[in-house]
Design a protein around this ligand. Structure first.
Ligand code: NAI
Length: 465
C-alpha cells in the first residue's frame, strides 16, 4: 500500500487547493513544499503582497491628490517605507498561517523539502532535516512558474530585478525603469510612482496591458500618465549601459536609439513554467518546447498516475485558473465529473483604475469576424461613481448578435476586479445582455454601470445616450 492516496508537489494556490479538495473527498493527502512557508508565488511574493502595497499606496495617493477636495488636511504628507513593508509582510504572514492551519485541520501532511519524481508513484523529498522517499497512488505536479529573464540583462537582485525584489525595495527608487507593460509592470510601476518614483515603462508592443481592447488600453495609458508614469511603447530593449556611476536601460524604436537612466530596472516580461529539481524525465513526464508539463484534457501527464495543474501547464498564469484546475483534477481522480471552464476566466490588472476582462473582447470578436453587439456605459454617468470620485472608465459588454448571449466584458474603473464577478456569473449560466440589463442592482452602486452596459447592447441604457 502506498503512503498516500495523493501527493501534491508545490503549495501555491494550485497545489494547496488540490490537497484540501482531496482531503475533503477522503483521500490521505500530503503536500510537498520546498520553501519554509505555504502559499507559493501568489501568497508569498505575488498577488497578495502586491495587493497590500497597491492598497497602501492608493490611500497615500488619494490623500495626496484629492485630500483637500474632500476636506482632509494633513499638513505635509510623507511615506514610511519600512512601515509599508511591515504591513505587507504581516498580511502575507497571516495568510501563510491560515493555509498552514487549514492544512492541519484537514489532516493534510506537509512535507517540507524539494520534491523530485523517482519513477511511478515515488517522490523523493529533500528537506532541511534530511531526505526521504515516499509513495503515492496519485501525484499532482503544481510547481508553478518563475520570472522570465532577459538573456542580455540577467537579474542581479540589486539593480536588475524581478517582481520578487520590487515588492521589497527598502527605499523609493529615484528612477524606476520597468520593462514590460503587462500586469506586473503596471501594478508595481503604479506602486512606486504613487510614492514619488519617476517611473518609465518600456514595452515592446504598441499598446499597454496585453491583449485588452484598444480603447481600454488607450484610456488606461492616459490615466497612468496623469498619475506620473511615462510610457515608451513599441520599443525593443537592447541592454544595460553604465556611464560612471549611472545605469541606463537601452532600447531601440525604429531607427532611434533610446536610453533611460535607472536606479532600479524591473524586468516584467512574463513568467515561465518551472520544474527545477523535479526530474520529470525520471518518471517519464514529458514537457513541451516551453518547458511546460504536457497534459491531456483530464490533467494527465504522459506518466501513469501523475497529473499537472496551474502555471506549470499551458494556459493563462493566474492563481484562480490554477485553483479551478486543482479542484477539477482532484475530482476527476476521485471519479467525479471535475471541469474547468476556460472560456470564462476573469483577468484583472489591479491598478487604479483597475482593468478587468472576461471572455472575448471587442477587438478579438472583430478579428475573428464574430457577429456581435457591443454595449458601453461610462462611470461618469453613474451616481455612485460621481459621489466616490471614481468616474474614470467604462463597462463594455460584448454579446452575440443573434442570441444576445454575453461573450465577454471589459471593465476599466475603480473596483473593476469585484464588479466583473457578476458578469462572470451571468456568463457561467449562459446569460444574455438582456438578462444582465433586467437584473436589479442596488442603487446607488457602481455595479449599476454593468446593468446599464447590458441595456446599452440593445441601445436602451437609461442614464446615457
Ligand atoms: P505579462 O505577460 O502580463 O506582460 C509582459 C509584457 O512584457 C507584455 O506586454 C510583453 O509584450 C512585454 N515584453 C515582453 N518582452 C519584452 C521586451 N523584451 N521588451 C519590452 N517589453 C517586453 O507578464 P508579467 O506582467 O511579467 O506577468 C507575468 C505573469 O503573471 C502573467 O501571466 C500575468 O498574467 C501573471 N500576473 C497576473 C497578475 C494579475 O492577475 N493581476 C499580477 C501579476 C502577474
Amino acid at each position: 500500500m502506498a503512503d498516500y492516496d495523493l501527493l501534491v508537489i508545490g503549495s501555491g494556490p494550485g497545489g494547496y487547493v488540490a490537497a484540501f479538495r482531496a482531503a475533503q473527498l477522503g483521500m490521505k493527502t500530503a503536500l510537498v513544499e520546498k520553501d519554509a512557508t505555504l502559499g507559493g508565488t501568489c501568497l508569498n511574493v505575488g498577488c497578495i503582497p502586491s495587493k497590500a502595497l497597491l492598497h497602501s499606496t492608493e490611500i497615500f495617493h488619494i490623500v495626496k491628490e484629492r485630500g483637500e477636495a474632500h476636506g482632509i488636511k494633513t499638513g505635509k504628507l510623507s511615506s514610511d517605507i519600512p512601515a509599508l513593508m511591515k504591513r505587507k509582510d504581516e498580511v502575507v504572514k497571516q495568510l501563510n498561517g491560515g493555509v498552514a492551519q487549514l492544512a492541519k485541520a484537514r489532516k493534510v501532511e506537509v512535507l517540507q523539502g524539494l520534491g523530485s519524481l523517482e519513477g511511478e508513484g515515488k517522490v523523493k523529498v529533500k528537506g532541511d532535516d534530511g531526505e526521504k522517499t515516499v509513495s503515492a497512488d496519485h501525484i499532482i505536479i503544481a510547481t508553478g512558474s518563475v520570472p522570465v529573464e532577459l538573456p542580455f540583462m540577467k537579474f542581479d537582485g540589486k539593480t536588475i530585478v524581478s517582481s520578487t525584489e520590487a515588492i521589497a525595495f527598502d527605499k523609493i527608487p529615484g528612477k524606476l525603469v520597468v520593462v514590460g507593460a503587462g500586469a506586473i509592470g503596471l501594478e508595481l510601476g503604479s506602486v512606486w510612482a504613487r510614492l514619488g518614483s519617476e517611473v518609465t515603462v518600456v514595452e515592446l508592443l504598441p499598446q499597454i496591458a496585453g491583449a485588452v481592447d484598444k480603447d481600454v488600453a488607450k484610456m488606461a495609458e492616459r490615466f497612468f500618465k496623469k498619475q506620473g508614469m511615462a510610457f515608451e511603447l513599441g520599443a525593443k530593449v537592447t541592454g544595460v549601459a553604465k556611464e560612471g556611476k549611472k545605469t541606463f536601460l537601452t532600447a531601440e524604436k525604429g531607427d532611434k536609439e533610446l536610453k533611460f537612466e535607472a536606479d532600479k530596472i524591473l524586468v516584467a516580461v512574463g513568467r515561465k513554467a518551472t520544474t527545477a529539481g523535479l526530474t520529470p524525465d525520471k518518471a517519464g513526464v514529458e514537457l513541451d518546447d516551453r518547458g511546460r508539463v504536457k497534459i491531456d484534457d483530464h490533467f494527465r501527464t504522459s506518466a501513469k498516475g501523475i497529473y499537472a495543474i496551474g502555471d506549470v501547464v499551458a494556459g493563462p498564469m493566474l492563481a484562480h485558473k490554477a485553483e479551478e484546475e486543482a479542484v477539477a483534477c482532484v475530482e476527476l481522480i476521485a471519479g467525479k465529473g471535475g471541469h474547468c471552464n476556460y472560456d470564462v476566466i476573469p483577468n484583472v490588472i489591479y491598478t487604479e483604475p483597475e482593468i478587468a476582462c472576461v471572455g472575448i473582447g471587442e477587438d478579438k470578436a472583430k478579428e475573428d469576424k464574430l457577429e456581435v453587439n457591443v454595449g458601453k456605459f461610462p462611470f461618469a454617468a453613474n451616481g455612485r461613481a460621481i459621489a466616490v470620485d471614481a468616474t474614470d472608465g467604462f463597462v463594455k459588454i460584448i454579446a452575440d448578435k443573434k442570441t444576445d448571449r454575453i461573450l465577454g466584458a471589459q471593465i476599466i474603473g475603480h473596483g473593476a476586479s469585484e464588479l466583473v464577478a457578476a458578469i462572470v456569473t451571468h456568463m457561467e449560466y449562459g446569460g444574455s445582455a438582456e438578462d444582465l440589463g433586467r437584473t436589479i442592482h442596488a442603487h446607488p452602486t457602481m455595479s449599476e454601470a454593468m446593468k446599464e452596459a447590458g441595456l446599452a447592447v440593445s441601445k436602451s441604457a437609461i442614464h446615457s445616450m
